[in-house]
Design a protein around this ligand. Sequence first.
Ligand SMILES: Cc1cc2nc3c(=O)[nH]c(=O)nc-3n(C[C@H](O)[C@H](O)[C@H](O)COP(=O)(O)O)c2cc1C
Length: 311
Amino acid sequence: MPISDCDKMVDIATTLPGLKLKNPTILAAGILGETGASLENVAKAGAGAVVTKSIGIEPREGHGNPTFVETEHGIINAMGLPNPGIDNYKDEVESIIGTNIPVIGSIFGADAQEFEILAVEMEKFGVSALELNLSCPHAKGYGAILGHDKEKVLEITKVVKGAVKVPVYVKLSPNVSNIAEIACAVEDAEGDGIVAINTISAMAIDIDMALPILSNAIGGLSGPGIKPIGLRCIYEIKAETELPVIGVGGILSGNDAIEYIMAGASAVQIGSGVYYKGIGIFSKVCQQIQEFMDAHSYKTIKEMVGIAQKG
Ligand SMILES: Cc1cc2nc3c(=O)[nH]c(=O)nc-3n(C[C@H](O)[C@H](O)[C@H](O)COP(=O)(O)O)c2cc1C
């Protein structure tokens, strides 16, 4: 169905601190985010917002090949955060600012000072919000090592909040024993919201070679197999904090998105779904959400947010 027809149906706009989205679907970090042109294509395909690739201080090549393997229930990747570095990414971000949807700048650093520098630069580029990647499971010295430590999460969130005016979302790792405890650290630091989940630490073995398939051995699992874990994480976070949450992990259909919304997400991100279904997934998921809402007489997304918590 063309997006214009979709727009005539029930309104699926949603709001989050600093973000007004025409629909609740957002492109997840690291997928099609290399260039302004690829982000613009996702915008044109109907996403409500886009997240950039995670950007660090210096250019980084990431891990050697193979960095990606498809398994029965998802994809395992160990890209190792390849990116052009903040200075070289300026033109890409600036080329899509001012198009019709919000752009969320994803950043990663080794410590609070690096996050502060990156946050200030991204804000200057004109992004609507920041997403702090504290959860990459396969880049040594970054991500998980920080995001598993609630004191570090508190410190980094506080420092970034003190340095910028745009809302600050913190992306959390499912590879912890208590994700709600980490979310509470974000709340204590006055972060504006949570994004959950990043990929789940995982691996695959080539039995003929008797070796791990990925050059880094360990990667992160995404796609359909992680949806139940993502839902559980959102549910636990919403039970312990008042923070708005963006749900991500294994969303391939409108029903998947609605599950996340009912668990407590105000919006959802789609990553691997683009690999499985193509760029048309954004308008398709929107259409399916609208059909579900029509069939069940829901008038707004807000009505459904966290409804499974209360039940
Ligand atoms: C190839 C690939 C690259 C990714 N790169 C990033 C990244 O740069 N930063 C980040 O925060 N998450 C990254 N992710 C994680 C996704 O944003 C998302 O959290 C995760 O894949 C779960 O969602 P999905 O099941 O819809 O893919 C990446 C995922 C994949 C598959």
